[in-house]
Design a protein around this ligand. Structure first.
Ligand code: NOJ
Length: 558
């Protein structure tokens, strides 16, 4: 059953899916809607509440679909419009919501608008893009894709002018100063909402407007437009959400929530690398520090917490020193680096160490926000760093140990990308089918964590208080919501640790470890001592009282 709560996203577990990579229904080597529909039972079984689909629109695929050539149709290789509708029906029937990418900032240079725009200064679409006779405008704007682009301007011989682009040179930026562009993209949005979609992950929102003398990011006019989008949603649609991709510092992301009248959610980009730093340096400081610098958000808003996604593990929100540390510890081999970041998946980043994989998931499941899982990370899929751009983390989902990992029945040479086939992460070793069979697999663990998380609204809605025990390798915090108090304790170290916590405020309570349903010693007026295995963690419910024997066999009436 789908929750009817308009704030559903505050408790939801999200899951990111590139349609191309998930399941191939027609055997052509490319994932499609038919294949994805066939996997909804799996997503329901796992406990996912909302899936985010990467762009599935017609595209020359020079930026894996973020170079959109037509916003209003479905790329042939993924299926038809009817397939999308069927996906929505089938997902909703299982209580799963569906959000999709809305690429507001730019189009492909193959888009009909651009083709028309470049033809002549008199073209009706000329004003849809940002043209200039010189490439010396907006010089304060940084180049985002520094490994491929030299400038934010590219000369177009047909238009005999330069056009502005914040990403690849084949992705011209739309000109939001033009009300017609504003309207066209609003229409795009309502078109998809009318099909029954549950919202959008809005791509690259900081860059919509340009203004001379500024860095052309996070401008007030950009916020005005985004608020306008939100008004439109609130006026005509219920329960739909907008999720911002704004790779910025928390103080710059905060305005994207407005007064609860702009985005419902935003990814917490700067937190992500600090989770990796914390576990590698065995100190909680970078993580707590990031929360100290994270402003409060309105009550109807939510952070989206993630460990990995389809892009490189971005280090844009790191100081030079932090970046060097991350490269040194996680990407010593330069071929693992991509742009300002690291092109690897979660499991290889963590040396395939199940303890570390669990620990980091435990953090994103219990820190303030809603977690999002990148497809395949629930089984610990590996990557292929030899593939170009970010393809190494976009390989076919590994379903079984059969041909092509059960992803497609095609000739292996026809696959859109090769399956991972090495000895450690290859599909024979890592796949859904075998992990479903094994009660203690990572997949079964994830399913269980998701279901336990759902029992406690405090994770999505509660306050957070960090405890500061003397042992800095231990990260402990309280999450409170209504009468419920949870204590989360994480050992970031490779060695066993003991920690003394000041829990005197809870004296008399007998904590319950909710993952194992085990009672812990009653809290007294003295410091509370816990020992943790290497990379160990506890989810303790402090709400129960000593007289509460609801879990005890002695309560059974025979
Ligand atoms: C952000 C997307 O996540 C990324 O994959 C893409 O390359 C850029 N936007 C540019 O479209």
């Amino acid at each position: 059953m789908m929750s009817t709560d308009p704030l559903w996203y505050k408790d939801a577990v999200f899951y990111e899916i590139p349609v191309k990579a998930y399941a191939d229904g027609n055997g052509d080597g490319i994932g499609d809607f038919q294949g994805l529909i066939g996997k909804l039972d799996y997503l329901e079984w796992l406990g996912v509440d909302c899936i985010w689909l990467l762009p599935f629109y017609p595209s020359p695929l020079r930026d894996d679909g973020y170079d959109v050539a037509d916003f209003l149709t479905v790329a042939e290789q993924y299926g038809t419009f009817q397939d999308v509708k069927r996906l929505l029906d089938e997902a909703h029937r299982r209580g799963i919501r569906v959000i999709v990418d809305l690429v507001l900032n730019h189009t492909s240079d193959r888009h009909a608008w651009f083709q028309e725009s470049r033809q002549s200064p008199q073209s009706s679409k000329r004003g849809f893009y940002v043209w200039s006779e010189t490439d010396r405008k907006y010089e304060k704007a940084r180049i985002i894709f520094i490994d491929t682009e030299k400038s934010n301007w590219t000369w177009d011989p047909e238009a005999k002018a330069f056009y502005w682009h914040r990403f690849f040179s084949h992705q011209p930026d739309l000109n939001y100063a033009n009300p017609e562009v504003q309207q066209a993209m609003l229409d795009t949005m309502t078109f998809w909402l009318d099909q029954g979609l549950d919202g959008f992950r809005c791509d690259a929102v900081p860059y919509l407007f340009e203004r001379e003398g500024t860095i052309c990011e996070n401008l007030p006019e950009t916020h005005d437009y985004l608020k306008n989008i939100r008004r439109r949603i609130d006026a005509s649609y219920q329960g739909r959400i907008l999720l911002a991709e704004a790779n910025q510092w928390p103080t710059d992301v905060r305005p994207y929530f407005g007064d609860g009248d702009e985005f419902h959610m935003a990814f917490h980009f700067p937190l992500m690398p600090r989770l990796y730093m914390g576990v590698r340096s065995e100190t909680r400081d970078p993580i707590i520090d990031m929360f100290t610098h994270t402003p409060e958000i309105p009550p109807n808003c939510q952070w989206c917490l993630f460990l990995r996604n389809h892009d490189e593990l971005t280090l844009e929100m790191c100081s030079g020193e932090e970046r060097d540390y991350m490269y040194y510890t996680y990407a010593r081999d330069p071929s693992m680096r991509r742009n300002i970041g690291i092109g690897r998946r979660l499991a290889p980043l963590l040396d395939n160490d199940r303890r570390k994989i669990e620990l980091l998931h435990s953090l994103v499941f219990t820190l303030p926000g809603s977690p999002i899982i990148y497809y395949g990370d629930e089984i610990g899929m590996g990557d292929n760093i030899k593939l170009k751009d970010r393809d190494g983390v976009r390989t076919p989902m590994q379903w079984t140990m059969d041909r092509n990992a059960g992803f497609s029945g095609c000739d292996p040479a026809q696959l859109y990308l090769p399956v991972v086939a090495d000895a450690v992460y290859g599909y024979q070793a890592v796949n859904v089918e075998s992990q479903k069979e094994a009660p203690h697999s990572l997949l079964q663990w994830m399913k269980r964590m998701i279901s336990v998380r759902k029992r406690f609204p405090a994770f999505g809605r509660g306050t957070i208080t960090f405890l500061r025990p003397a042992n800095g390798k231990v990260l402990a915090y309280l999450r409170r919501y209504d009468d419920v108090v949870l204590l989360l304790v994480h050992n970031l170290a490779e060695s066993s640790q003991a920690v003394e916590l000041d829990l005197t405020a809870f004296a008399g309570t007998t904590p319950m470890e909710v993952l194992g349903e085990a009672r812990f010693p009653t809290v007294t007026e003295r410091s509370y001592v816990l020992t943790l295995a290497p990379y160990g963690y506890y989810w303790l419910d402090l709400t129960l009282t000593p007289s509460d024997g609801a879990y005890g066999i002695e309560q059974m009436v025979l």
